[in-house]
Structure formats: C-alpha cells, structure tokens
Design a protein around this ligand. Sequence first.
Ligand SMILES: [Zn+2]
Ligand SMILES: [Zn+2]
Length: 311
Amino acid sequence: MLFNKNIKYFQVAQGVWGMRLLFVNVYIVANRRGFPKGWVLVDAGIQGSAKRIIAMAEAIFGPGARPTAIVLTHAHSDHTGALEELLEHWDVPVYAHELEIPYLTGKSSYPPADPTVGEGMMSLMSVFFRKKPLDISKNVRIIDMEEGIPQLPEWKVIHTPGHTPGHISLFLPLNTTLIVGDAFVTTKPESAVAALSNIKHISGPPRYMTTDWVAAEASVKILAYMEPRIAATGHGPVMRGRELQEALRNLADNFEQLAIPSGGRYTDKPAEADETGTYYVPPFKSTTKFKVVVGLMAALAGFAVTRTLVK
Ligand SMILES: [Zn+2]
Ligand SMILES: [Zn+2]
C-alpha cells in the first residue's frame, strides 16, 4: 500500500480521527503517551472501502502501519463491509460485545430491516446488505465489559443496545469524547440525500434497522447522562459542545416523538436475541405505501451509489 497524502480524513479529538465512506464513518483511536503504544480501528465501513481505510492509517502513522485491534460498535454490514478484506491485510483481533458475536461467527442473521420506516437510507443500505452472515470466528473476541478492551485501556465500553442487541459505544472520560456507533446519529438517516450530503441533525438510531425501541431509548438516556463534549457517530458529522449537549438532551427527553417510528414493525414489540442470536421476530405488517416508495428509492439510491463508487 502506498502512502497516500490525498486521503480525506478528519480529526475528532487528540488521538482520534475519522473518515467518511460514502455515508458511514470509521474511526482510528490512538493511545496517549504513557499507555501501551498502538492504535485501534473502530468499525470497518462499507464493502470495497478496505484500501481507503488502510490508506488513512498509513497517512496518519506512516507506511506499513497496523492496528493492535479492530473494535466493532455493532456488526451491521455498513460497519463490517470491509472487515474480511482488512483482516487479510492486518490479521488482528476483532472485539465485539457478547450479544453481537452470533452475527460475526455465521451463527445468526439480524432480524429483517423494517422497510415501512426506512425509505431513503434503507434503500442506500440495501445496496450493501450482506446476503449471508459474516463469519470471522478466527479473529473475533468477546469484550469483557468489566475490564474493557486491553488495547484501549483509557476508554470505557458502554453497552448501548436497541439498534442491535450487542451495540456498544466508547467513552473517554479524560475529555468526554464519545464514539457513538449508531445509538444515535447526527444526520437524518431516513433521507438518502441528507445521509449522502452529511447534513447535521441529531436523530435516534437509524429506524429501518433498529429492532428494540425500549432499549434504544434507555441507551440514548445513558449517553445523554454522560454529557459528552464530542460525539463521533456512525453516520453524520462530529458534533461538539453546547450544540451537542442540548440536542442530545432534547433527544433523550423527547425520544418517543423524535425517534420512535409510529406503526413500524418493531414499534410495539421488539425482536429478541440472546448470545446465540435472534430468536423472536414480530410479524410483518404489510402496507402498500412502502412498496412503491422503497422500490423507487432503491432504484435511485442504487444508481447514485454505483455512480459514486465508480468515480
Ligand atoms: Zn447499524
Ligand atoms: Zn450504521
């Protein structure tokens, strides 16, 4: 891999960098002086982005740079798309919460997305949906929630379920930096236009893939309680300071009105999962509206994404 000065990434905080891959972010987190040397990659982007992720790492740390581990906020395909390719290049441990392991070891699939609440982003995502479950059993490690991640000793791991059962966020108490994952996002994920253009707007977790809204609300309340000064989310730009704290407090206080979709598949009853994977999915309520909208949007988004990737 060549050292690439032109790779576009951004600084989140000291020792934390991010890069946007079409509509999803990945982050690199380095340990401070006085702590074990090294850095980790948080999440692994969409399929086809391994080269850009490696180029980002080499732009920051120099040619041949490799992480000590990869940490996953969750295993959705837009956060694990480049994982297998990255592991061929960097054979490192991949840390995830125990409840996320079935989706990383080929044992279970996530409950189906809810197309009645998805629209734009759902269609975008569908281009990257994985057909068969991911299996990286050789590399995967369960996060010890008491001990945290050995390669990232200063960061606290917070279980933030709802979007997925084993979703986690990472928190650095020193400067209250939060790597959120999809527990909340800073764009309107239901709009493909907003997601692609990175318009800033704090929202709950992406609706079409969130399968437990009671847990999702509790998770946002926990994160608001931490009063982060910096939030780096899976989708959308970094938010900071008062703007972040006010918007996050508002989201936590008014979660039902702001985040929970009315009449969605998972609104009344959650999908249920344990350490063996998904074991209950509420029945699908069919409407005709979504078929037309999703069909149209899928065609449009597929076209837009193909064009962007080809460029
Ligand atoms: Zn997700
Ligand atoms: Zn996501």
